[in-house]
Every structure is written in structure tokens, then in C-alpha cells.
Design a protein around this ligand. Structure first.
Ligand SMILES: [Zn+2]
Length: 97
């Protein structure tokens, strides 16, 4: 790790194109990436990881919200509200006796 401190960060392998970078090189000989524009991890955040995340999100939405929109569940929800209202009405009637 000591050699990393002695030089500005030149990776052994270019993170952009995956080519070997010579230790003294200031830029990647293959794709031309350097530490001003190239091989910082922040420099490219629209990579394959982002697409994977989006795919997972779609799956999540399908699993979490797909069944919720079915008419059967809506019917159960209405039934629950009606029962709750009936229970409240029963309490009011009992209290007025
Ligand atoms: Zn490169």
C-alpha cells in the first residue's frame, strides 16, 4: 500500500475499461482515462448497477402493490369499513339506552 501514497492514485487496473495500467502512467493507455476525468468511482454512476436497481424496484412494486389493486382486496377493505361503522353504531345505540 505504500506505493499508493507516493504517487497520485494510479490504479493497477483501469476501472473504466479493465486494462492493465503501467504504474507510472498518468492515463490509461487503452481508453485514455486519467485521474482528472477517468478512474474515480464517482465519475460513472449510470452503470450496470443502476439498471439492476431499477429492475429490483419494478419487482418490488409488482410484489407489494400488485395484489393490493385486485377487486377482492378492495371488497375486503370495504367490508372492514362497514363492520367498523356497524360496531360504532352499536356502541352509540348501547350508550343511549
Ligand atoms: Zn482504460
Amino acid at each position: 500500500m505504500a506505493y499508493l501514497n507516493s504517487r497520485p492514485r494510479t490504479p493497477k487496473i483501469c476501472p473504466v475499461c479493465g486494462e492493465d495500467v503501467p504504474p507510472r502512467a498518468l492515463a490509461c493507455p487503452e481508453c485514455g482515462a486519467d485521474h482528472n476525468s477517468g478512474w474515480k468511482p464517482d465519475a460513472y454512476d449510470g452503470g450496470p448497477d443502476f439498471e439492476e436497481q431499477e429492475f429490483d424496484y419494478d419487482e418490488f412494486v409488482k410484489k407489494e402493490f400488485g395484489p393490493e389493486r385486485s377487486p377482492v382486496n378492495q371488497l375486503w377493505w370495504i367490508t372492514g369499513v362497514v363492520l367498523l361503522l356497524a360496531f360504532a353504531a352499536w356502541i352509540v345505540v348501547e350508550a343511549m339506552r
